[in-house]
Ligand binder design. Structure first.
Ligand SMILES: Cc1cc2nc3c(=O)[nH]c(=O)nc-3n(C[C@H](O)[C@H](O)[C@H](O)COP(=O)(O)O)c2cc1C
Length: 221
């Protein structure tokens, strides 16, 4: 089982969020997974310009590192997404990755994958970011198993307890994937998305031809 860790902090080796991503990856490794870590801030990933080429042709017009990253995500069975809180949200670098993934939502490319999220903040917002990353993972079609967020401005030692929790989260992620754990509310959301989005696709079947074909082949139309 391949588990991919994705960190959105620009602080490289000094990133506190990286400590949580690494702890979760370590838990996943101990539970038997093959692990890989990606620092998105070291990649060259351009902004989505809303050209619609991915909807029409299934490919992005930008020639950059996003393609390799998406391949890694698709090849994984599980992911750990991490971001520090930047003004109550994820970092711009991670949001740039997420914005390149509208087609991943439309085609539900993460179906069958399991994910979790970690975040660190100075004083607040870490729960909001964990919740956002998990909600996004569910929108991509995957199942979110949980998250760890910690504020470390006042108490830098809080990171140690959070690392332990992240380690257990990584183990749980592997276990959830191995047993194909069900999350009924998330399944209900996916069904609701499919029921609603098919009308959007019908209305755009020419300019979103690639996605329309994908849905036809999947038997969702
Ligand atoms: C541009 C910027 C914005 C930030 N915004 C917030 C914020 O809104 N709330 C907060 O509690 N901490 C905020 N912080 C603090 C970081 O979330 C905190 O230091 C975090 O642990 C950094 O994680 P990292 O070491 O993985 O980069 C901000 C830091 C920076 C550099």
């Amino acid at each position: 089982m391949k588990i991919l860790g994705i960190n959105g902090s620009p602080k490289g080796a000094k990133s506190q969020t990286l400590r949580l991503v690494k702890a979760a990856l370590d838990g996943a490794r101990k539970a038997g997974a093959e692990i890989e870590l990606v620092d998105v801030c070291k990649l060259n990933i351009r902004y989505c310009i809303a050209c619609g080429a991915c909807y029409l042709k299934g490919t992005c017009i930008h020639d950059d590192d996003f393609h390799t990253l998406l391949e890694k995500m698709i090849a994984s069975e599980g992911m750990i997404w991490g971001s520090p809180v930047y003004i109550d949200s994820v970092t711009a670098q991670l949001k740039t990755v997420i914005d390149r993934m509208a087609d991943t939502i439309h085609c539900q490319l993460f179906l069958g994958k399991y994910g979790c999220a970690v975040s660190t903040s100075g004083s607040s917002g870490e729960k909001v970011v964990v919740e956002y990353l998990n909600r996004t993972f569910i929108k991509f079609g995957g199942s979110a198993v949980g998250g760890v967020g910690v504020a470390i401005g006042q108490d830098p030692h809080a990171i140690y307890a959070a690392e332990k929790k992240a380690h257990d989260l990584g183990k749980m992620l592997v276990e959830a994937r191995r047993t194909k754990r069900h999350y009924p509310e998330q399944e209900a959301y996916r069904l609701m998305f499919r029921a609603r989005f098919k009308y959007v696709l019908e209305a755009h079947k020419e300019e979103w031809a690639s996605e329309y074909r994908y849905w036809k082949n999947a038997g969702w139309l």
